[in-house]
Design a protein around this ligand. Structure first.
Ligand SMILES: O=C(O)CCC(=O)C(=O)O
Length: 281
């Protein structure tokens, strides 16, 4: 039997981000319109697309959702362009707590999903990078998905890419696309960014989209290289370092094919795994 073609044209916007919120929003707004002219139905922005990335900036740039200039711009841009818009992330404030939050807007401009980064970016690589989001941010505790014409899409943010458990939970919920706004750095980016995405894609037989800010020259320097990986683990779109839109058609029948041809989800040995007790130090 011939499988039905299911395609979503997607665009990743690797935008330049500076210190001025209004300029960042205006730049993102223009790039969203540009992505629409390329035929994109699903458009995604980077992590911290409205502010520099750093713990000292979170409270200054934080907004409540959906009442704030960033939510307003995203809602209007989704509606004006008649697209599904994954609004990267920006710092959210609610009840005196700060979160790193991703919002999703439908073509009517309605907020249809909100995801708060679940695994906070706390690492210490001497001579490389030290970052402690938990100094300022609270972690989210919920998964978030949305539906685009019958395709279920799951959300994560940057460091979440390292946690296979989250991706697997999404897959078990029926997700076919995982989207991670992200801002890897010049230490871990070259080693891990592409590889982690390919790993998540292969393990879960899903498309993985990761969207970075363009590489800047001061403060936290993002790695760039926004990427689209198909369910076979093949990189089918990748940006360089600068501002760029990556525009690709996702053929969802690839999920059906790989899941049928390499049926790992029905071959798991939970009968064995569940009997083995382990402790993690
Ligand atoms: O995991 C990494 O190496 C980078 C993570 C990161 O930059 C983030 O979570 O914002």
């Amino acid at each position: 039997m011939q499988s039905v073609m299911r395609t979503i044209r997607t665009a990743l916007i690797q935008s330049r981000v500076g210190a001025n919120r209004s300029e960042n929003l205006e730049n993102a707004r223009k790039l969203i319109s540009q992505a629409k002219t390329l035929g994109a139905q699903l458009i995604s922005l980077p992590e911290c697309f409205n502010s520099p990335y750093g713990t000292k900036f979170f409270n200054e740039y934080a907004e409540s959702i959906p009442n704030g200039p960033t939510s307003e711009m995203l809602s209007k841009a989704a509606k004006d362009n008649n697209v599904y818009l994954v609004g990267g992330t920006f710092p959210e404030i609610e009840n005196s707590k700060y979160y790193n939050t991703c919002t999703v807007w439908n073509p009517e401009g309605k907020l249809i999903a909100k995801y708060r980064k679940m695994h906070l970016f706390d690492i210490d690589i001497p001579g490389g990078i030290t970052f402690k989001e938990s100094d300022v941010l609270a972690a989210g505790n919920s998964l978030a998905t949305f539906d685009l014409e019958g395709t279920k899409i799951g959300l994560g943010i940057c460091y979440d890419l390292r946690f296979e458990e989250l991706a697997k939970l999404y897959r078990l919920q029926g997700v076919e696309i995982l989207i991670y706004p992200a801002a890897f750095n010049l230490t871990t980016g070259p080693l891990h960014f592409e590889l982690l995405q390919r790993g998540r894609a292969i393990d879960n037989q899903v498309f993985v989209l990761a969207i970075s800010p363009a590489r800047g020259t001061q403060g936290y320097i993002a790695w760039g290289h926004s990427q689209i990986t198909n369910p076979w683990g093949k990189v089918i779109g990748q940006a360089k370092e600068g501002e760029e839109i990556v525009n690709v058609d996702l053929d969802l029948t690839e999920c059906d094919k790989v899941r049928q041809q390499i049926p790992i989800f029905s071959q798991r040995r939970n009968d064995i795994y569940d009997t083995i007790k382990v402790g993690i130090k």
